[in-house]
Design a protein around this ligand. Structure first.
Ligand code: MP5
Length: 207
């Protein structure tokens, strides 16, 4: 019996909820997040996205050719996103040369470790990482300024469609993976849920 992406969420509702519903996002939606907390997230997420871009490039290097188009569209979007992050940081006069916080470093180190895992595990991880942001920023609903564009970036319909395509790719390769690889994919899913929760909390605790 093979496992699919939607079954992973159904099997671990609590872990997934903690990854996608967090006081950080609720406070953005209420407009009560402190600028310093938001800025911490912004700088650390820029540092994360640099390593995440390398992560997606490594996945592309392992991908079957019929997965290229979707992964390349993801890399293209990441190129735009890094430019967008720099513009947002400049507006807020933030220093993007900051050191990564331990939580950010831990997540980036985990991404590096996934590079040596089977492709089915890598694709499951990629899908989970993107879905966490898609749902996290979408679930609270429209956010007030200045957070509207942040919620829209990851909550918009095109991004939702991209995440659905990633789900198809991951479920496709999981369907033919052996039990050991499927178990590894499940562990990766849970690890990512936990790292996503920690990433939101990191921004909240630095005041
Ligand atoms: C994403 C992100 C989504 N930016 N940061 C974390 C901590 N998790 C997931 O990645 P992307 O490339 O911004 O869509």
């Amino acid at each position: 019996m093979s496992i699919t992406c939607s079954q992973l969420i159904a099997k671990h509702p609590q872990a997934w909820r903690e990854a996608t519903v967090h006081p950080f996002l609720t406070m953005c939606q209420l407009g009560t997040i402190q600028p310093k907390q938001f800025n911490t997230w912004l700088v650390q997420d820029y540092l994360f996205v640099i390593e995440f871009t390398r992560f997606v490039a490594r996945i592309l290097a392992n991908a079957p050719t019929h997965h290229f188009d979707i992964l390349l569209s993801g890399l293209n979007a990441l190129s735009d996103e890094l430019i967008w992050f720099k513009a947002k940081a400049q507006e807020r006069q933030l220093n993007l040369s900051a050191e990564p916080q331990p939580t950010c470093s831990q997540y980036c180190e985990y991404l590096e470790s996934v590079a040596s895992m089977p492709y089915a595990v890598q694709m499951t991880a990629l899908w989970a990482i993107e879905l966490a942001y898609n749902q996290g920023w979408q679930l609270p609903g429209t956010m007030p300024e200045p957070y509207t564009e942040f919620a829209h970036r990851w909550g918009n319909q095109d991004f939702t469609e991209y995440v659905k395509l990633l789900e198809q790719l991951a479920s496709e390769v999981l369907s033919t993976a052996d039990e050991t690889i499927q178990a590894q994919a499940e562990s990766a899913f849970l690890k990512i849920a936990s790292l996503e929760k920690d990433f939101w909390s990191m921004a909240m605790t630095i005041i």
